[in-house]
Design a protein around this ligand. Structure first.
Ligand code: PA5
Length: 447
């Protein structure tokens, strides 16, 4: 079971404070179930896992097989919700080193289209020069500049290196059914393609082909991932008692903390493989809640690494933070600390112990210290890092996010603020259609 332990937040909010939120949390769950809340045209993710069509899964696996058989490297081009979910799952499940140096069994998965760095794109295209590579081009709108730019370069390079016909086999598009340049290009070029459902927003799309295809190409079991998510779906419905519903407990705890002045939530892991799960979570909660002048600021750290950089701030800085720790019960491998006759490093007191035991004591010690220092602590325990459990955690966070947004009083499924920088960038780059904006912005800059 995934457990959400909120017992260590009570220096800030009491059990009664949490209980007092039960009616609002229950109402939020019902809004998600009945489609009566704000943004209700984007709640397709709520039952995506239980309703996943077996035929679609088979098509995804078949396309993954083609890419696996024909590519040494597969580039996932996408930004935000169009790449963070797959990257989170792939990194959580991969060997920390063979993903980087490409093992024989699986193609190496690389990511592009999530920045506009010339150096990044130069180095990537150089790296791919002598490689058989394929591309998964992911964009719901089909018009995102970062992704389109990277895809333009990668498409040309793939065609130049492999020929147009061969390239057509190893370029896949995941986009809207009808709209956007990515759809036009896929249809014209005859690429294999998948549709992102209209009622699923980018940051909630990891259980659609957006996440599932890259994860399958990386060699992971998407059936198990979906099964885990579907199981969590059943555990977080309105028929689950409040105290037993992990998403409800999490949403209630973080909203109660926010109302008591805890404006920043730090997602903590003690396993570096979870770094990108935190990145995915930050987008999920940041874009969903940060609006109308409200919202918890989502931050993240990787411990114990960041205890040596951010630890001081967390222990003694402004008391506006709380931590949510993802704790992994069982690690995949076994490494024992060896004994050393000379004991020059003084570490013989650890001899014979598992490295993970040391890590767990670092985790417990940190928890106690931070709680003593005035940092409330929510602890989410995951039995192990496998497809099934990652599927559960993904759904738990998604549901917790939908509930939290409604309890906070915002529409968790839009992101109007994301457009502001794009408008200025297009005006500055003289994109057709932005002439008026361009004049306005140039006048402002010249002042
Ligand atoms: O959650 C969202 O909707 C966004 O963050 C998008 O995922 C991101 O902007 C990428 O958009 P698109 O998939 O249209 O290229």
């Amino acid at each position: 079971m995934i457990k959400v332990d909120i017992s260590q937040i009570q220096s800030c909010v009491s059990a009664q404070d949490i209980k007092a939120l039960e009616p609002q949390v229950s109402e939020a769950i019902l809004k998600l179930e009945n489609g009566t809340g704000a943004g209700n045209d984007f709640i397709g993710w709520t039952d995506l896992a239980s309703k996943t069509d077996k035929g679609l899964l088979a098509q995804i696996k078949d396309t993954a097989r083609v890419l696996r058989e024909n590519c040494e490297v597969v580039i996932v081009a996408g930004i935000g919700g169009s790449y963070l979910g797959s990257r989170a799952v792939i990194e959580a499940l991969s060997n920390s080193f063979t993903q980087l140096i490409q093992d024989k069994k699986n193609p190496q998965i690389l990511f592009a289209g999530h920045n506009i760095s010339e150096d990044y794109l130069y180095e990537l295209t150089q790296y791919l020069k002598d490689k058989k590579f394929g591309v998964i081009n992911i964009s719901k709108s089909g018009t995102t500049t970062e992704t389109a730019l990277a895809f333009r370069l990668l498409k040309k390079q793939c065609e130049d290196q492999r020929g147009k016909d061969e390239a057509r086999k190893v370029i896949v598009a995941i986009t809207d059914a009808k709209r956007g340049a990515a759809r036009v290009c896929a249809d014209k070029e005859g690429y294999r393609s998948f549709i992102i459902p209209d009622n699923v927003g980018g940051r909630f799309s990891v259980l659609t082909p957006v996440g599932l295809l890259p994860i399958a190409v990386a060699g992971f079991d998407i059936d198990k991932l979906v099964e885990g998510a579907a199981r969590m779906e059943t555990m977080t419905t309105s028929s689950t008692p409040f105290e037993e519903n992990p998403a409800a407990q999490y949403a209630a705890a973080r909203n109660a903390l926010y109302r008591n002045g805890k404006k920043i939530e730090i997602l903590v892991n003690f396993q570096p493989k979870l770094h990108y799960l935190s990145e995915w979570w930050k987008q999920l909660y940041g874009e969903s809640e940060g609006k109308d002048g409200k919202g918890i600021f989502p931050a993240s750290v990787d411990f114990s690494t960041d205890l040596h950089s951010m630890g001081q701030w967390i222990q003694e800085g402004e008391r506006t933070i709380f931590e949510t720790v993802i704790s992994v019960d069982k690690v995949q491998h076994s490494v024992l600390v060896p004994s050393d006759d000379e004991n020059l490093d003084g570490l013989n007191f650890l001899a014979g112990k598992h490295v993970d035991e040391v890590n767990k004591m670092a985790e417990l010690g940190t928890r106690l210290a931070h709680v003593d220092g005035g940092v409330p602590n929510i602890r989410i325990t995951v039995p192990e890092l496998s497809e099934y459990w990652i599927g559960q955690i993904i759904y738990m966070f998604e549901k917790g996010c939908g509930i939290s947004g409604y309890v906070l009083g915002v529409n968790p499924f839009n992101q109007p603020g994301v457009e502001a920088y794009k408008k200025n960038m297009f005006a500055l780059l003289n994109k057709p259609g932005y002439e008026e904006e361009s004049k306005r912005i140039l006048a402002r800059i010249r002042k």
